[in-house]
Design a protein around this ligand. Structure first.
Ligand SMILES: [Zn+2]
Length: 354
């Protein structure tokens, strides 16, 4: 009798510990149609499992010992699939949050494999519309550098580089407010952004300062109250562009603008600040930023926009080093790639937080 029990225990132990009896994950397959995607795990035999869905993860825990036949492939939505052998766990890590996936089991039939199926929505990614606004143009040359470089030419050059760079990515559609040396009123620039349903608006400039030692990149977002005197002066200079067209469009009553800013812009301003933070992060690592790089002022070009907007002063034309950099190809390319990187990060962040 004792021997029989011993033998049973031995067999039970053998049964549970041996890989001879474990199941094999044969394959992972992917499918998709217009509005759904599917991930299928082929398993050598029927099995039961539990699963857990976390924001970007799906964990599937099996009740039997599993072995992996070959390493997992992934699809475009997945960052990775890991297999935790000791816990019989498959962990799928997605690039983005996964919404209400449908996870189910299909029993082994005929000579086919048993299947664990994960269906999830194919979230159509809408292309992001980025409007880039090269400051000044035509009879409005903007700031004039110490070696006579014109702000309007620098902004256009960088805008054209940005267009080229953004076009490398499917997820962006880029529109420039001007592609030539033409004069545009500030309101015409914002109109382009509005009419094209822009997701973000980036206005490019190069600053000028009486203090010739001042240099570096700075980023401005809209606010009725300027963050400092310098920002206020700059806004005045940039806004002056409209007077050159003989029409002053800046004289909206302050009450109206205040209401606008207080009510409709708060969320936009928040978004703009997030965008600036991503820009600062990416630019900081490679380029020279002004101290307190994020400033606020009442720029007309940023007003009346319900679109996250930022004005980038790419450097100082009044500074010797900066004015050399501003016309150099390598500097223009560097700032371009940093802006594109930051914009990508910004939209990734939005996607993962909504
Ligand atoms: Zn300017």
């Amino acid at each position: 009798m004792k021997l029989i029990i011993k033998t049973i225990i031995y067999f039970l132990f053998f049964f549970y510990s041996s890989e001879l009896f474990s199941l094999e994950i044969k394959n992972v397959r992917f499918g998709s149609n217009a509005d759904a995607k599917r991930i299928v795990f082929d398993i050598s035999n029927d099995v039961t499992f539990k699963y857990k869905v976390l924001e970007k993860k799906i964990e599937i825990k099996f009740d039997k010992k599993l072995i992996l036949e070959k390493p997992f492939k992934t699809n475009e939505d997945l960052k990775e699939i890991n297999f935790d052998k000791t816990n019989n766990l498959i962990i799928l890590t997605f690039k983005r949050n996964i919404h209400s996936p449908n996870i189910y089991f299909l029993k082994k039939k005929n000579n086919k494999y048993a299947r664990v199926v994960i269906d999830y929505k194919n979230k159509q990614k809408k292309r992001k519309i980025v409007v880039v606004d090269p400051g000044h143009g035509g009879r409005d040359s903007g700031a004039v550098g110490i070696t006579k470089q014109l702000e309007k030419n620098i902004t256009l050059k960088v805008a054209l580089l940005l267009k080229k760079e953004f076009r490398k990515y499917d997820e962006f559609h880029v529109i420039l407010t001007r592609e030539k040396d033409v004069y545009l009123k500030l309101r015409e620039r914002t109109k382009i952004a509005k009419n094209s349903n822009a997701d973000i608006f980036i206005s490019l400039h190069a600053d000028f300062n009486k203090n010739r030692r001042t240099r570096g990149i700075s980023l401005y977002t809209l606010s009725e109250k300027a963050s400092d005197r310098e920002a206020e002066d700059l806004a005045r200079r940039e806004n002056r562009s409209d007077f050159l067209g003989n029409v002053d469009l800046t004289s909206e009553s302050s009450e109206v603008t205040n209401i606008l800013i207080d009510l409709t812009k708060r969320e936009t301003l928040n978004q703009s600040s997030h965008l600036v933070n991503f820009l600062i992060k990416d630019i900081k690592s490679e380029m020279n930023l002004l101290k307190r790089a994020h400033r606020f002022a009442g720029f007309t070009v940023l007003k009346s926009l319900d679109i996250p907007s930022v004005l980038i002063e790419m450097g100082y034309l009044s500074n010797k080093e900066d004015s050399k950099l501003l016309v150099s190809n390598s500097y223009q390319k560097k700032i371009t790639s940093n802006i594109v990187k930051a914009v990508k990060n910004y939209f990734d962040w939005i996607e993962n937080n909504n």
